[in-house]
Design a protein around this ligand. Structure first.
Ligand code: DQA
Length: 154
């Protein structure tokens, strides 16, 4: 049986993970995170697409592409665009699949401008402040939302 396809998308500056403000975002690089997510997705019975872009329009297109590829779910760290982008919000709102919003840090515990979140009311669920573990939890949560039972699942 084919595994449900889940897209994990990253927004601007996440390609710099590992060296970018490691005291806030940790020391795991985006490439290392891709490997971890591939392992975690397989363990919970999901097919994974893992992509990142720095551009706002590019991120909108990656969200459209998830829909076009018939993804069953989306895990989105829109990074800075979370706080600013009506276009990213509109693309997410147009999806008919579960969307988990994810942040490595807890934006609410940081600068006041990060408390503006244009995605919070158009997503299914949110995970924040748990670093890289948040991606494992998001993949597990998505598997549960989709009713998937992988080998490693209870
Ligand atoms: C982030 C939090 C955002 O406020 C910030 O702009 C990022 C990363 C996070 O994962 O903690 O780039 O989304």
């Amino acid at each position: 049986m084919s595994r449900p396809l889940v897209h994990v998308l990253g927004g601007p500056n996440l390609g710099r993970l590992g060296t970018r403000q490691p005291e806030i975002y940790g020391r795991t690089s985006w490439a290392e995170l891709a490997e971890l997510c591939a392992r975690w997705a397989a363990a919970v019975g999901l097919e994974l697409v893992f992509e990142q872009t720095d551009g706002e329009g590019d991120l909108v297109q990656l969200i459209h592409r998830a829909a076009d590829r018939q993804a069953a779910g989306l895990i989105l760290n829109a990074a800075g665009y979370t706080h600013t982008s009506v276009a990213v919000r509109d693309a997410v709102a147009a999806l008919a699949i579960p969307v988990i919003e994810l942040h490595l840090s807890n934006p609410d515990a940081r600068e006041p401008f990060r408390r503006q979140n244009l995605l919070a009311d158009v997503v299914t669920a949110g995970i924040r402040g748990l670093g890289v573990s948040g991606y494992r939890l998001a993949l597990e949560g998505m598997a549960d939302l989709l009713g998937v039972r992988g080998d490693a699942r209870a």
